[in-house]
Design a protein around this ligand. Structure first.
Ligand code: M6R
Length: 609
């Protein structure tokens, strides 16, 4: 999981490479490097640490040239170090390569190349690619790259440069993303659009197996067999500022505040004109089709998995089709029972998560129908799935997912309503009631972020505790899981979410005087039960922060602090209840001085297994 860029054109390559990498640091940031064609050689500069370390290293002595490649790394093979940073070169220094992904057969290739006399400098899998290119090169750059691709196995997006073809970059991809930006007298290559959006909005999105020969005034794309591919230009519609911080201290905070807008943008285009039903007719589902689906498997990772748990609840409650919700890295290896009567629904903000993509492919291979819910148009998961619905959350840059989660909940809910409409499992009146609640939601999300002062106060007071527990039942438990993950990943506080009813089966032993417990109690059907669990932890002198709906005057009698969220149908409360939990995580991280947008050891998009 890394970010890669390439430039060829009339301007200085270094400028674009560094600016582009800055926009891709969300993909990894433990080391960075660039290779630039300078005076007939390839000059490579790299440094362990953030991109700023590389900038400092080359300040005043930047490489000058009109062609180059760059990389920001998230280590897989070999620890973060100057030597393991990309670009990697061959023995002669004639070739340089940047790579995102994993070369699975690198060890056998490395042994073979060492026997032939190649000298390796790094512990990475990627370096074999540079040496292999040197080994097979017979005067034709493209032919040599094709030969390399025939020999390597694994997932990759790759950009190659050659000292002997000083005006040409070659790039290709398999299971990892790559876009080409089309400029005027210059062309760009990047893992993701934010890297090029300040230079051009006209792009080609490469598909697996495609290879592009990129020069300053031409892009020639062929498929695996070398046949030309005619591609449509994909015009990027995003606003450049949308990918920037827009005045907020961190992307995470900005994205929390963008939720009312993101939720509205996700709901509006799918609401029928009279506001009484959901219009997702693009899916083209019929009663006959849905009746042929006997089981739904929801598969995802991390926050997207937590959204999947809520989706399971919605579908089972509103549509009465059995749903299993699985973590993608488990699903793909557990020999799931899947046939043509199964539908797999994958949730993924990035649309690039390797385990989710593999799980999707596996379910399809076994005959399942597939649907992806993702935020990134044209992403690998969007393209692999039979059908796709997009969360219109806009670019999510912070590693901690916030607006992607709330918009995933919205789509899960709307999809369930749409299925209920087709299968007639809910009355028209109930659907209209839920649609009306849905349309009030963007404003209500806005209300949850109006007054954050109490949350800042808790964060200051409890931000230095070592452990925090989250409890809830039913949908409140699903939200607890997401609250705990947020706190862990940005503040490094040990946080655990428990189904409140499970406490007494072991975890209660950890509840001692002063331990903060965040109790979510918004679901009427289990409210009294949750209250009993709150009393259990209070009896052990825990400090309890309750999350309740407005109008609940009971909870405050039993807890130390209460945060109230607006009243809505209890099915939709997770969209509101999660917001204070996101803010608690954010302000706890600030209290502890953590790097909120770039938590240690993590990256935004996990494109390796
Ligand atoms: O891009 P995806 O939604 O597939 O990513 C899945 C997880 O890696 C992601 O949700 C991760 O858990 C977030 N960092 C959580 O905030």
């Amino acid at each position: 999981m890394c970010g890669i860029v390439g430039y060829v054109g009339d301007n200085e390559a270094t400028q674009f490479l560094l600016d582009g990498l800055a926009k891709l640091e969300y993909r990894g940031y433990d080391s960075a490097g660039i290779a630039v064609g300078e005076n007939g050689t390839i000059r490579v500069e790299k440094s362990v640490g953030r991109l700023s370390a590389l900038r400092d290293k080359i300040a005043g002595n930047e490489p000058h040239g009109h062609i180059g490649i760059g990389h920001t790394r998230w280590a897989t093979h070999g620890r973060p170090s100057d030597l393991n940073a990309h670009p990697h070169t061959d023995c002669s220094g004639d070739f340089a390569v940047v790579h995102n992904g994993i070369i699975e057969n690198y060890l056998s290739l490395k042994e073979e190349l060492i026997e032939k006399g190649h000298q390796f400098r790094s512990e990475t899998d990627t370096e074999v690619v540079a040496h292999l290119l040197e080994e097979v090169y017979e005067g034709d750059f493209e032919a040599a790259v094709r030969e390399v691709l025939r020999r390597i196995e694994g997932s990759y997006s790759l950009v190659f440069m050659s000292r002997r073809d000083p005006d040409t970059l070659i790039c290709t991809k398999q299971d990892n993303p790559l876009v080409i930006g089309l400029g005027d007298g210059e062309n760009f290559i990047a893992s993701d659009i934010p890297a090029i959006i300040n230079r051009t909005r006209r792009t080609y999105i490469l598909n697996d197996g495609e290879l592009a020969v990129v020069k300053k005034d031409s892009v020639w794309i062929t498929n695996r067999s070398g046949e030309p591919v005619t591609k449509k230009v994909f015009e990027v519609k995003w606003n450049a500022e949308a990918a920037e911080k827009g005045g907020y201290e961190h992307f995470m905070l900005k994205e929390i505040y963008e939720q009312p807008k993101a939720v509205r943008a996700t709901i509006s285009p799918r609401m029928a004109k009279d506001g009484r039903s959901v219009a997702m007719d693009d899916l083209g589902w019929s009663k006959e089709f849905l009746s042929s689906i006997h089981k739904i498997d929801i598969v995802a990772c991390g926050t997207a998995y937590h959204a999947g748990l809520v989706a399971k609840y919605y579908i089972e409650k509103l549509v009465r089709i059995p749903v299993e919700c699985d973590i993608a890295s488990e699903y793909r290896y557990r020999d799931p029972i899947v046939d043509e009567h199964t539908m797999i629904i994958v949730f993924s903000q990035s649309g690039e998560t390797s385990d989710t993509l593999a799980a999707l492919k596996e379910a399809k291979r076994r005959g399942a129908k597939s649907l992806a819910i993702t935020n990134v148009v044209g992403s690998s998961i969007a393209r692999e799935s039979d059908q796709v619905i997009y969360t219109w959350a806009g670019p999510e840059i912070a590693v901690a997912s916030t607006k992607a989660y709330t918009t995933q909940l919205i789509l899960a809910f709307m999809l369930s309503l749409y299925m209920a409409q087709i299968l007639e499992t809910q009355t028209e009146a109930r659907i209209a009631e839920l649609c009306s609640a849905l349309q009030r939601l963007p404003g209500q999300v806005g209300e949850t972020i109006e007054d954050v002062e109490p949350i800042k106060t808790f964060a200051k007071k409890y931000g230095f505790n070592e452990d925090v527990f989250y409890i809830g039942r039913s949908l409140d438990y699903d939200v607890s899981l997401e609250g705990a993950l947020k706190l862990k990943e940005v503040s490094y506080i040990h946080a655990e979410a428990y189904a409140a009813g499970e406490l007494k089966h072991g975890t209660l032993a950890l509840i001692v005087e002063g331990v903060p417990v965040i109790a979510i109690a918004t679901q009427k059907s289990v409210y009294e039960k949750t209250l009993s669990n709150i009393k259990e932890v209070k009896a052990r002198d825990a400090v309890v922060i309750g999350i309740a709906a407005e109008g609940d005057n009971e909870l405050e009698k039993y807890v130390d602090h209460v945060i109230k969220v607006p009243v809505t149908d209890e099915l939709l409360i997770p969209v509101l209840a999660v917001v204070p939990l996101q803010l608690i995580a954010y302000y706890a991280a600030i209290t502890r001085g953590c790097d909120v947008d770039k938590p240690r050891n993590l990256a935004k998009s996990v494109t390796v297994e």
